[in-house]
Design a binder for this molecule. Structure first.
Ligand SMILES: Cc1cc2nc3c(=O)[nH]c(=O)nc-3n(C[C@H](O)[C@H](O)[C@H](O)COP(=O)(O)O)c2cc1C
Length: 366
């Protein structure tokens, strides 16, 4: 490009976090934490360090407790070993001029007994099994049938989110993103297809957003509202997520989020990793309803990202698969350079292959 550089590559203040550009690395589960401890290791440090050119890195989903884990070898945010592992990652990213926030994750019913404390049933708002698969040591398998959370258990889960946020702060993160997307616990509470509760957490939209809001408010107290955001995927069918009226549900949610003053919503537009127009949904209305920043994601390419930022339809754009394959994605996008293709076979689990061995554009960066 001979013209002035696109706004996509200009700095942006996300709440209290200064980003050097508006290109975000989306959260990406890679199942490469240390076996036995689920602590980040040196290979993970190298992977994130390579991607510090992003304006912001959102880590892969990090379970807030063992109960919150749904896949094997995903990193946690609840033990000393895990905090120590994350500290090496935040130090490495900061040393290279990047910013990094942790995605706090409770999978709810998207889990398997082999991953749960005492091999128990996974927990959910209602005892309804999702039609989806998880990934355990032996490979992909059906999720286990969940049990319904007692009302008395909900404060302890909010407490686990708080503890994980405190741990993320101790590990040097710039903030946190609460995982409210993709059919995991918070999303299970939000949607009328997975939430059949008759107490204060189920039924009306007001009741179904209660859990999400309580988590957000509690976590914001730890980090400060300017360093907290939430990821949502209004129409994505990921992990069997369904609702009778997503527009009303998510409009209400973001309106209520305004009261919390959190920094951003991170919106997966359309079907995750698939069609952006999967179901009709008015994302512009959602952006207008929310007072904070709007990070857009899903199947963006360079042109669409530039156009979206120039039009003001988002403040930043998150890339997932392109960041897997291109550690220096920002440099490549800015130069209009060719991109490496992601290798799907090495997405989940394994070693450096398909993880830290994607080539950089220039020798010096590598
Ligand atoms: C390997 C892989 C792992 C993912 N893990 C997560 C995750 O941990 N948390 C999350 O919110 N989304 C996760 N996603 C979804 C991505 O963040 C993103 O929404 C999706 O890939 C669409 O963006 P893209 O078209 O730029 O890849 C994952 C996607 C992939 C491909």
């Amino acid at each position: 490009m001979s013209q002035a550089k696109s706004k996509l590559f200009t700095p942006f203040r996300l709440g209290d976090i200064e980003l050097k550009n508006r290109v975000v690395m989306a959260p990406l589960t890679r199942n490469r934490a240390s076996r036995g401890t689920d602590a980040p290791n040196d290979l993970n440090v190298e992977y994130y360090r390579q991607r510090a050119g992003a304006g912001l890195i959102v880590t892969e989903g990090t379970q807030i407790s063992q109960q919150g884990q749904g896949y094997v070898w995903t990193p946690g945010m609840y033990s000393d070993a895990q905090i120590a592992g994350w500290r090496k990652i935040t130090d490495a990213v900061h040393a290279d001029g990047g910013k990094i926030i942790a995605q706090l994750w409770h999978v709810g019913r998207v889990s398997h007994v082999s991953l749960q404390p005492g091999q128990g049933a996974p927990v959910a708002p209602s005892p309804l099994q999702a039609k989806t698969k998880t990934y355990i040591e032996s490979g992909f398998t059906e999720v286990s049938a969940p049990r319904e959370l007692a009302l008395s258990e909900i404060p302890a889960i909010i407490g686990d989110f708080v503890k994980a946020a405190e741990n993320a702060k101790a590990a040097g993160f710039d903030g946190v993103e609460i995982h409210g997307a993709h059919g995991y616990l918070i999303d299970q509470f939000l949607r009328d297809d997975s939430n059949k509760r008759t107490d204060a957490y189920g039924g009306s939209i007001e009741n179904r957003v209660r859990f999400a809001l309580e988590v957000v408010e509690a976590v914001a107290k730890v980090f400060g509202k300017g360093r907290v955001g939430i990821r949502i995927s209004p129409v994505s069918p990921a992990n069997d997520a369904r609702d009778s009226d997503p527009q009303a549900l998510f409009t209400h949610l973001v309106t209520r989020l305004n009261d919390t003053g959190i920094a951003f919503i991170h919106v997966v537009e359309g079907a995750t990793r698939d069609a952006r127009d999967y179901l009709p949904f008015d994302y512009k209305a959602l952006r207008q309803a929310f007072k904070g920043a709007y990070i857009a994601n899903n199947s963006f390419n360079r042109d669409l990202a530039i156009e979206t930022i120039e039009n003001g339809d988002a403040d930043a754009v998150a890339f997932g698969r392109l960041f897997i394959a291109n550690p220096d994605l920002v440099e490549r996008l800015e130069a209009g350079a060719p991109l490496n293709e992601p290798d799907v076979a090495t997405f989940y689990g394994g070693d450096a292959k398909g993880y830290t061995d994607y080539p950089f554009l220039t020798e010096k960066a590598a």
